[in-house]
Design a protein around this ligand. Structure first.
Ligand SMILES: [Cu+2]
Length: 691
C-alpha cells in the first residue's frame, strides 16, 4: 500500500478517535516501532533487537486534507458526518553499530508500514543514548585514555565527566565525516564529592575521540589552552585545592547548587499567585486549549518539542501551525578541534527528546496544567516525560490605560497572558521555550537561554581573543545562538501574502516636503520564495496579510505584523562548513511556498552535516509564487553571546522574543472588552505612607 492510499478520507465510521493533531501516544509509538523493527529485521537480515529506532514522530496529514477536516470541525457539520484521517508515524531507524539511516512511514490505523526509504549516506541520525553508553564504556576502560589522564597529574581518585559532541564535518572531512564522538572532558571532583559539583569549572586539556562502532578510542586530541599573557588576571584568591600541582592548577570550584553555596539571602518574603476561582482556560480532547477568545491544539513532538496547530482567535483562523524549526550554536574559536563546535539542538538531539519534567512553583508559578510528553526509546519502546509542557496564566502588566486629562478619571485593564512552555536541556545549556498568548490577540514566542556556558581550559594568567575567562582557568568561548521559528499562517484563510513596509524620509522639495518633516511608508509584496533581511534604519516591517480580506476601517488587508529583533546573523565565513550547514541562520526572514514535509530549517538530518541541502535554503530555491498563496514564513533571530563573568556558574536567563501582532485585523482594540477589575483579592499598599 502506498502512503497516499493509507490516508484517503473515509466518510462515516471513525477509524481512530484521536484528533489528527494529537501527540503520538505511547501505544502508537510502540506500534510503529514494533512494525518497523519486525520489517526492518527481515529486510536487513538482522534480529529485530538490532534495529535502533532513532526518532518516531507524527507524520501529519497532508494539509489539503487537514484543511477540509478543520473546515468541517469548525463548521456546523454534525460529528458523525466528519471524515477521518488515519494517523501515521514516521520512524527514523538504523541498524545498531552502523550509520546508514532509513525512514519508514507506518499507517497506525492499519498497523502497516506504508513506505520505506534508504537515506543518502550523508544523512546521519541523532547521536543516541546507545552510542553515548558505548562512548562512556570505551573511555572508562581505555588504557590509552587512562594514561593520558595520568599525565595531567590529577589525584588518583579524580572523577571525570564528559560532554559527548558529534565529531563534526569540516573542509577536510568532506560530506561524510566519521561518526566518532568527541568526549569534551571535565574533572567533576574527587571521589565522594557532591554529585552536583559544577564540572565546567574544571575543563581538561585533552579530549578522547571514540569510534562507537568499533568501540575504540581513535585518538586523544589536545585541547588548545594557549592565551595572551594578561597581567590583570590575578591569581585565584581561594587558595590551593585538589588541582594544585596538576595540569588544572588554579581552577577553582564555582558552584550553583544550593548544597554547595553559602546560605542564600534571607530577606525575601513569599509572593503567591492565587487564582481563587481556578484558571480561565480549559483543555479538552487531550490537546484542545481554549482561553478567552483563543483556541489552538497543542502537540508534543520528539524533535520540535511544542507544536501548536490550528491557532484561532474569536473563531477566525490565524495560524495553521507554529513551531521552532531549528536552532544552531556555532562557536568562534578557530583552534582545532574547537572549529567544529556547533550544535543543532533539534536536529542533533530533539527538543522533545531532551525536555525536562517541569516542577510546580519553580518552572511555573500559580495554577498549572501539565501535559506529559511521550517519546520513543532507541529500543522501540515509549517513555513518558511527566509534566513536559506546562500551561498557565500570568499577569502581564498593564494591558491598556488612559487617564482623562480633564476629569482625571483613569481607566485601565490588567493584562493576562496564557503561557505554554517547555524546557530543554542539552549538555551545558538549558532553553525555556514559551508561546505567550495575550488578550490583544498577540502571540509572542520567547526563548530564555540559561544553563552553563561551555568552557575549555586556558593557561594561567592569560586571556583569549576567542572568549572570556569566566572562572579561574575556564574560558567560555564566544558563540551565537540562532533560532529559526516556523510560522505557517492562515490569516483569515490559507491564501496569504507577505507585505514589506519601510518608513522612509521624503526629499526636501517645494511641493510636498516643504518643511522637511515628511516621511512615508513604502509598501511592497514578496512575490517569489526567498529571503529578506531586517533593516531597523528604515523600520523594515513584515506583515502576513490576506489581500482578499479588507479591513473596512482602514481599507487595508487584514494582517499580522511580525516583530522580531534585528539580530546579528551567523558570523562564520560563508564558505565555511559552519555557515553552509546553517544557511537559515544567514537571513532574518524567509518565505517559502507550502509543501507537506518542508519543516526543517537546517535540513532533516543535521548531525555531522556538511551542507544544508534539504532545508530552508532548498525550499526557497524553488523560486515559487508566494503571493496570495499558501506560504510559510521563517524567522531567524539570535544572540551573539560574548560570555560575561556573570554568566557563570549558571547564566541568568537571556531572553529573545518574536511577537505576532494583529495589524488591521480587527475593527478596534480587541482588548477593549477586557474587564477593568477582575481581582477578587485587591492589591494593597506595600508600606504605610511615609514608611
Ligand atoms: Cu550562549
Amino acid at each position: 500500500m502506498t502512503a497516499d492510499a493509507a490516508i484517503k478520507p473515509e466518510s462515516g465510521r471513525r477509524l481512530h478517535r484521536l484528533h489528527p493533531f494529537s501527540s503520538l501516544t505511547a501505544h502508537e509509538i510502540v506500534t510503529a516501532a514494533t512494525i518497523v523493527r519486525q520489517n526492518a529485521g527481515l529486510r536487513h537480515l538482522v534480529d529485530a533487537d538490532s534495529v535502533v529506532t532513532k526518532a518516531i514522530t507524527l507524520l501529519e496529514p497532508p494539509k489539503h486534507l487537514m484543511v477540509q477536516y478543520l473546515d468541517i470541525e469548525h463548521g456546523d457539520t454534525l460529528q458523525d458526518e466528519r471524515f477521518t484521517i488515519p494517523r501515521r508515524a514516521e520512524v527514523q531507524y538504523c541498524i545498531k553499530g552502523t550509520t546508514q539511516m532509513y525512514t519508514s512511514v507506518v499507517c497506525l490505523a492499519l498497523a502497516q508500514e506504508s513506505s520505506q526509504v534508504t537515506e543518502p549516506k550523508h544523512h546521519q541520525g541523532i547521536m543516541d543514548p546507545i552510542e553515548h553508553a558505548v562512548f562512556f564504556d570505551v573511555v572508562g576502560s581505555s588504557p590509552e585514555w587512562a594514561a593520558a589522564v595520568s599525565s595531567l597529574g590529577l589525584p588518583a581518585d579524580v572523577e571525570l565527566s564528559y560532554e559527548p559532541w558529534p565529531y563534526g564535518a569540516d573542509k577536510d572531512t568532506g560530506p561524510n565525516p566519521p561518526r566518532y564522538i568527541r568526549g569534551v572532558a571535565y574533572a567533576r571532583g574527587l571521589s565522594g564529592s557532591h554529585p552536583e559539583t559544577n564540572k565546567f569549572s574544571f575543563p581538561l586539556p585533552l579530549c578522547p575521540v571514540v569510534d562507537v562502532a568499533k568501540k575504540a578510542v581513535v585518538r586523544i586530541d589536545p585541547m588548545p589552552t594557549d592565551g595572551i599573557a594578561n597581567e590583570r588576571i590575578s591569581s585565584p584568591s581561594s587558595g590551593p585545592n585538589w588541582t594544585t600541582g596538576t595540569a588544572l592548577d588554579g581552577c577553582q570550584p564555582n558552584d550553583y547548587h544550593p548544597d554547595l553555596l553559602p546560605p542564600s539571602r534571607q530577606d525575601l518574603r513569599p509572593l503567591h499567585l492565587v487564582q481563587p476561582e481556578g484558571v480561565s482556560f480549559t483543555v479538552t480532547d487531550g490537546s484542545l486549549v481554549e482561553w478567552q477568545k483563543w483556541q489552538f491544539r497543542v502537540r508534543f513532538d520528539f524533535r520540535e518539542g511544542i507544536v501548536l496547530h490550528d491557532v484561532r482567535y474569536d473563531d477566525r483562523s490565524l495560524f495553521y501551525r507554529l513551531s521552532l524549526s531549528e536552532m544552531t550554536v556555532p562557536y568562534a574559536d578557530p583552534r582545532s578541534p574547537y572549529h567544529v563546535k556547533q550544535g543543532f539542538d533539534l536536529g542533533d538531539a530533539g527538543a522533545g527528546a531532551v525536555a525536562n519534567s517541569l516542577r510546580l512553583g519553580c518552572d511555573c508559578l500559580g495554577s498549572i496544567y501539565y501535559f506529559d510528553g511521550v517519546v520513543n526509546t532507541m529500543e522501540g519502546g515509549a517513555i513518558t516525560i511527566p509534566n513536559a509542557i506546562c500551561l498557565h496564566e500570568e499577569d502581564g502588566g498593564v494591558l491598556w490605560k488612559h487617564t482623562n486629562d480633564k476629569t482625571k478619571a483613569a481607566v485601565s485593564a490588567r493584562s493576562r497572558v496564557l503561557v505554554i512552555q517547555t524546557t530543554m536541556t542539552l549538555g551545558n545549556y538549558d532553553y525555556i521555550l514559551a508561546w505567550r498568548f495575550d488578550q490583544a490577540a498577540g502571540i509572542t514566542y520567547e526563548v530564555s537561554a540559561t544553563g552553563i556556558v561551555s568552557t575549555n581550559l586556558i593557561d594561567p594568567g592569560t586571556s583569549s581573543r576567542w572568549g572570556t575567562v569566566v572562572s579561574p582557568r575556564a574560558l567560555a568561548q564566544n558563540h551565537q545562538h540562532l533560532f529559526c521559528v516556523r510560522l505557517d499562517p492562515a490569516i483569515d484563510g490559507y491564501q496569504n501574502s507577505v507585505q514589506v513596509e519601510e518608513s522612509v524620509p521624503l526629499p526636501l522639495d517645494d511641493e510636498v516636503n516643504i518643511y522637511g518633516n515628511a516621511w512615508e511608508v513604502k509598501k511592497r509584496h514578496i512575490e517569489k520564495s526567498g529571503f529578506e533581511d531586517a533593516d531597523p534604519l528604515c523600520n523594515r516591517t513584515f506583515k502576513i496579510v490576506n489581500e482578499t480580506k479588507i479591513n473596512s476601517i482602514s481599507g487595508n488587508p487584514t494582517g499580522y505584523k511580525i516583530i522580531a529583533p534585528p539580530s546579528q546573523m551567523l558570523l562564520a565565513h560563508p564558505s565555511s562548513v559552519a555557515a553552509k550547514r546553517a544557511k537559515f541562520a544567514q537571513h532574518h526572514l524567509w518565505v517559502s511556498k507550502y509543501r507537506d514535509g518542508d519543516l526543517w530549517a537546517g535540513g532533516k538530518f543535521t548531525t555531522n552535516s556538511y551542507e544544508e541541502t534539504d532545508g530552508l535554503s532548498s525550499y526557497v530555491a524553488r523560486a515559487e509564487n508566494v503571493r496570495n498563496d499558501d506560504l510559510v514564513v521563517w524567522v531567524t533571530m539570535g544572540i551573539t553571546h560574548i560570555p560575561r563573568v556573570e554568566d557563570f556558574p549558571v547564566m541568568p536567563t537571556e531572553k529573545l522574543r518574536l511577537t505576532l501582532k494583529p495589524a488591521d485585523f480587527f475593527s478596534r482594540n480587541p482588548a477593549i472588552d477586557v474587564p477593568t477589575n477582575v481581582q477578587n483579592l485587591p492589591s494593597r499598599h506595600a508600606m504605610a505612607a511615609g514608611a
